[in-house]
Design a protein around this ligand. Structure first.
Ligand code: DHB
Length: 313
């Protein structure tokens, strides 16, 4: 019998598939649906200290091979998500949740982490260093010094399991640089990639941009970003110390995409765009497809092939 189970920092997940932050995880109803689904766990919509309405609409559109958005962090505020995961922790004492936070300043992130540190929360925090959609706030993950400064301040007091959500990198020198920073900290995981930021979708008919915020600039997700995602999963897996698990996200539409992410080194897989299009049924379908591929290849666990991608010489 094969299994899709995975373990990160000693926490076991019955399957290595979950949602990606942002998609269908903003309300308690969304999160209840994830808990009831075949996903191995869930991550909550990135929280800010207070509730935010997000950017003006239209702020999201479909693409032939993906999705495009500039949501601008609409969310119900940290207290809402912390209440949700604390209640879930009581209902399901052996589950490990991912609580995503995305302050628009270091001070906001530290204030939220102080609150989480002081609470009974035992799950993971996914600290989002890569939201591309808030006007005037650059992505921390593209500023290596600011990333180090952030993690210095975080780990000065925060001692529960924490990982970071990273933007995609496109240069081997940048993989080296971000890994050198991250390896200095007791991170539990890195999640890679966030959307490919600040693309532009043009409507030739109306001769306008497709979404209202930021003059039409927005983050690209879905099938189009898979090669970038695989490169980031692979490059970071090769460079990070083994205690830091890699959570792969980007362009997972089927079991084969999931298999490829694991070959590149992912211990957990997040599904964003396709979960948006398909709903919670996506987790069972991709699990079955991944399971079939593993059976054909004679793999019993994801550890049998994780990170074992071969090069041609
Ligand atoms: C949003 C988008 C992101 O890619 C992210 O990491 C956080 C928030 C958003 O626009 O809401």
């Amino acid at each position: 019998m094969s299994t899709l189970a995975t373990t990160i920092a000693g926490r076991r997940f019955s399957t290595c598939l979950m949602n990606a932050a942002g998609i269908r995880c903003q309300s308690a109803r969304d999160l209840d649906a994830l808990v009831a689904s075949a996903a191995g766990t869930y991550v909550t919509k990135s929280a800010t200290p207070n509730k935010r309405p997000g950017n003006p609409e239209p702020r999201m559109t479909t693409l032939p091979h993906g999705s495009f958005n500039s949501m601008g962090l609409p969310n119900n505020g940290l207290a809402y998500y912390l209440d949700y995961v604390l209640a879930d922790q009581i209902k399901r004492p052996t589950a490990t949740q991912f609580l995503s936070i995305a302050g628009t300043s270091l001070e906001d992130n530290l204030a939220m982490l102080h609150e989480i540190q002081a609470s009974e929360y035992r799950g993971f925090v996914e600290l989002n260093l890569s939201c591309p959609n808030v006007p005037g706030h650059p992505q921390t993950g593209y500023d290596f010094e600011q990333t180090a400064k952030t993690l210095d301040a975080v780990f000065a007091f925060y001692d529960k399991p924490l990982g970071v959500k990273l933007p995609p990198y496109f240069d081997l020198a940048h993989f080296d640089a971000i890994a050198a920073v991250l390896n200095q900290y007791p991170l539990t995981f890195v999640t890679t990639i966030n959307s490919v930021g600040n693309g532009l979708v043009v409507n030739a008919e109306t001769e306008t941009v497709a979404i209202r915020p930021k003059g039409g600039f927005g983050g690209i997700g879905g099938a189009s970003v898979k090669p970038t995602a695989l490169a980031n999963v692979r490059a970071l897996s090769q460079r990070l110390k083994p205690e830091i698990a890699v959570v792969g996200v980007g362009g997972i539409l089927n079991g084969r995409d999931a298999f490829e992410h694991i070959l590149c080194g992912a211990s957990m897989l997040q599904i964003g765009t396709q979960f948006g299009y398909e709903g919670t049924a996506v987790f069972k379908r991709i699990a079955q497809e991944l399971d079939s591929i593993m059976a054909l290849k004679g793999y019993n666990t994801i550890a049998d092939f994780r990170g074992k991608l071969k090069t041609l010489d």
